[in-house]
Design a protein around this ligand. Structure first.
Ligand code: SF4
Length: 485
């Protein structure tokens, strides 16, 4: 190895414990190693071509995705002299992986613009341009394995920082907080506008439920959950609807109950009781049953599976006092968020506290139906924007002030892939703890939506860096952010 002999740290890196992180075998590199090589573009980049002979220029390798779906998102490549295109990159050890892994049948792979493979064959069975990585490494694979073994813990090469990362890093912490909080204020307002518009059609109560269901769907199933919430008025109006009956109707209308098979039924009294009720209601509710393809299961953790979320929602619906309790907490002067959380918690569900899926094994330890992070997301994305909207519409300044105060003080929520990427691109990979409050995280989300989503991985035509520089200059002259153009 070049350079490494005398340096102590380099010797640590070459210790035997250091190497096996990427788990290559003697015949094939680990897929992880290929991803690291692509991420760092350890390639002879001027020579790249597809296996059918077209030249490939990688203008941006894309952002490494750890969430299922294609390995790299929003790459920018140019094939021959065609116009550069933006899309996803999928890496597979075998060319046949495209079919055997089912990528050809999964819509999350519809935007793949380049299939990167290792080794033979010389022809591709897909219509997607295919590049054989083996032909273009800038060093022998064994050397790359040694050099890149630790890159998984330091995965962001500097060249992937966004153009705004330098101006943002030159702002002090106070100025950065000011930018993020002002962006968060805009985000709160945008959400409130959506709630106001919907409430004019269906009233506040139904708007509240639609917001809650959407939040329970996370980003994968938000639309499906909201679509289901729109059919809540169709639920049976029996005066004493119990939780299992409500779960049967929600799961039935979701279309997810139809997925259960004879194996799931074996010794499963709970599933039988769902079907006992659903058979009776199915015809009446047939037109509201959602198609299965509306739901996404890839990358969804068992605890967040939509079936489990609907089981939780059934408890809220049957209790019928959730909205009233939330409203009285907001209208009070309590600062105890645990009091609010208590209204959303379900002490125990006889089935769902002990199972991830309808046909799954009983869990060793009972699991809560709602974790603290999801509760936090519900407060930030639904409860506070909705009450802020009501305060604005009702010109209730006191309520508006109270909601804003809670919003800006609420502690930071769980990290997620959008935040991680935004921290890397905009804030040069600063730790999650720098974003101390949910509002600061929301501000970062808003900047991504307003700027990153309208640009590309190369930050083409993005105005944000210039705006930050202008703000920085003005701030040195003590002009408040609101007055900066
Ligand atoms: S697109 Fe704009 S806001 Fe996003 S990282 Fe690039 S410069 Fe920053």
């Amino acid at each position: 190895m070049l350079f490494e002999g005398a340096n102590l740290y380099a010797r640590w890196r070459s210790s035997p414990e250091f190497i096996p992180l990427l788990h290559s075998t003697s015949t094939k590199p680990a897929e992880r190693l290929l991803q690291v090589i692509w991420h760092h573009q350890r390639l002879q980049r001027d020579r790249l071509h597809t296996i059918d002979g077209r030249s490939v220029k990688v203008l941006h390798p894309g952002f490494w995705s750890h969430e299922g779906g294609p390995d790299f998102r929003r790459a920018v490549i140019q094939i021959d002299n065609e116009t550069p295109i933006t899309g996803d990159i999928e890496l597979d050890l075998e060319e046949s992986g495209w079919q055997t892994h089912g990528h050809d049948r999964t819509r999350t792979f519809n935007h793949v613009i380049l299939h990167v493979i290792w080794g033979t064959p010389k022809v591709s069975k897909t219509s997607i341009p295919t590049l054989n990585l083996m032909d273009f490494l800038d060093s022998p694979i064994a050397d790359l394995e040694k050099q890149l073994a630790r890159e998984k813990v330091e995965p962001w090469p500097q060249l992937l920082h966004g153009n705004c990362s330098s101006p943002l890093s030159s702002l002090g912490p106070e100025a950065l907080r000011e930018v993020l909080e002002q962006a968060a204020q805009v985000r709160l307002q945008r959400k409130a506008e959506t709630f106001i518009a919907r409430s004019k059609q269906v009233g506040w109560a139904q708007t509240f439920w639609e917001g809650l269901f959407r939040a329970l769907g996370y980003k994968q199933n938000g639309w499906a959950m909201e679509a289901l919430a729109r059919s809540l008025p169709q639920l049976s109006k029996e005066a004493k609807m119990d939780v299992t009956t409500c779960q049967a109707e929600l799961l039935g209308m979701s279309g997810l109950l139809e997925k259960s098979n004879s194996k799931d039924f074996k010794g499963n009294n709970y599933l039988r009781s769902l079907w006992d009720h659903w058979w009776r209601e199915r015809e009446r509710l047939r037109e509201f049953i959602l198609p299965l393809q509306l739901w996404t299961f890839a990358g969804v953790r068992p605890a967040n599976h939509p079936i489990r979320r609907l089981a939780l929602a059934a408890h809220w619906l049957v209790r019928a006092d959730l909205q009233r309790n939330v409203e009285s907490w907001i209208l009070s002067d309590s600062t105890d968020s645990l009091e609010l959380e208590k209204f959303f918690q379900v002490s125990e569900d006889p089935f769902w506290s002990h199972h991830w899926t309808p046909g799954g094994q009983r869990l060793i330890k009972p699991q809560p139906l709602l974790g603290p992070q999801r509760f936090s997301d519900i407060v930030i994305n639904v409860v506070l924007p909705l009450f802020w909207a009501r305060a604005v519409l009702g010109e209730n300044h006191q309520l508006r002030e109270r909601v804003q105060k809670i919003f800006f003080a609420w502690p930071g929520a769980e990290d997620n892939s959008v935040l991680k990427m935004a921290r890397q691109r905009l804030l040069k990979g600063c730790k999650g703890s720098v974003l101390k409050t949910s509002a600061m995280q929301q501000g970062l989300f808003q900047i991504v939506r307003d700027f990153c989503d309208h640009s590309d991985a190369l930050c083409s035509n993005c105005e944000f860096p210039a705006l930050v520089k202008a703000f920085s200059n003005q701030r040195q002259k003590d002009v408040p952010l609101a007055a900066v153009p």
